[in-house]
Design a protein around this ligand. Structure first.
Ligand SMILES: *Cc1c(COP(=O)(O)O)cnc(C)c1O
Length: 346
């Protein structure tokens, strides 16, 4: 088998390369010693994210995973329990971090499209009893990655946070793709983050920057987060070089997420009519398309055959495929991906 170069890469929105303009901006960034608080570009980014998310302070971190793990450690003591959807990122993709780093017991709860509701949280919160782990934290992923990029409705999020507060629990927003929710709904990032004690955004997903994420919360929360950033080796030096990419992305790559959403819908509509594809295009709200294949080929085979035609998607399970749109895929690319899918699935 000859390997074909990847023409349309829908594997993830993390595959984007920094644009020429972003690289130039990064090149010219003013820098200093970040961990001493002396990098003006990092400081500007942190101030901007704090304002964007409506929190007192923010800290720049090397990755979204570190935002999650640090937040968990600030909110919880070892043995505490956090309530999260069974598809939540830390359960599957953080290398056992909740157990290894935070010592947190994860109570995984269910619900359609990566979401649960306030009643499910209420039911999962444990009464005070020395046999039980102490319920401490409620975790929401906006948008839900494995839920197909679904946007948690505002009311649902507020009800969940109200239940958590009533029981004295903390709340955390994994906002890896919260800017996609902002563009899909017109609701501001600060409004999405408001019900939560901590929230973060990733610069390396749809925003298209090469490195980094920023975690926001109260001043006290961020002071603690900084201690753990230092402890976990996440404190950097002239990090303004990479923070500049994030600043550029916040200015230039947010509104355009609407193009990714339109491309995802176009892809979903084209896929949904193919034989053996189980997909409701109306459920595609943002930049993630998850579908099942029910025909003779299982998902890994479908993905392998697409790859032979220069189209990369990911197999999430034996019958489940994920495709993600981003700034390096245009509408013509979506149409080429659909051509390939037609050939493979016919
Ligand atoms: C990608 C992702 C993360 C982790 O972010 P990294 O920057 O890749 O470490 C966390 N949560 C969700 C929902 C994600 O999609």
């Amino acid at each position: 088998m000859t390997t074909v170069p990847i023409d349309v890469d829908l594997y993830s929105d993390t595959v984007t390369k920094p644009t020429a303009a972003m690289r130039r901006f990064m090149c010219d960034a003013e820098v200093g010693d970040e961990q001493k608080g002396e990098d003006p570009t990092v400081n500007a980014l942190q101030a901007r994210v704090a304002e964007l998310l409506g929190k007192e302070a923010a800290v720049f971190l090397p990755s979204g995973t570190m935002c999650n793990e640090i937040a968990m450690r600030v909110h919880c003591r070892p043995g505490d329990e956090m309530i999260a959807h069974r598809t939540a990122h830390p359960i599957h993709f953080e290398s056992g971090g909740p157990a290894a780093l935070a010592g947190v017991n994860v109570r995984a709860i269910d619900g359609p499209r990566g979401q649960f509701d306030a009643a499910a949280v209420e039911e999962a919160i444990r009464p005070e009893n020395r046999y039980f782990p102490r319920s401490r934290l409620v975790w929401v992923e906006q948008t839900s990655n494995l839920g197909g990029g679904s946007v948690w409705p505002r009311e649902r999020v507020e009800q969940i946070a109200a239940v958590a507060r009533r029981h004295g629990l903390r709340t955390h927003l994994d906002g890896a793709r919260v800017m996609n929710a902002v563009i899909a709904t017109g609701v501001s990032a600060a409004s999405w983050a408001a019900p939560f004690d901590s929230a973060w955004i990733d610069f390396t997903k749809g925003l298209g920057a090469p490195v980094g994420a920023a975690l926001a919360g109260s001043r006290d929360f961020i002071t603690e987060a900084w201690r753990l950033k230092q402890q976990m080796g996440g404190a950097m030096r002239q990090a303004g070089i990479i923070a500049a990419g994030a600043l550029w992305a916040l200015t230039h790559h947010v509104e355009r997420l609407a193009d990714d959403h339109a491309n995802a819908r176009r892809l979903a509509r084209g896929l949904a009519v193919l034989p053996g594809v189980k997909l409701d295009p109306d459920e595609v709200e943002t930049n993630i398309v998850i579908f099942d294949v029910t025909g003779p080929l299982a998902a890994p085979a479908v993905v392998a055959r697409l790859l032979e035609r220069g189209v990369r998607m990911g197999a999430l399970g034996p019958r489940t495929v994920r495709a993600v749109t981003h700034l390096d895929v245009d509408t013509a690319g979506i149409d080429r991906a659909l051509d390939a899918a037609r050939t493979v699935l016919r």
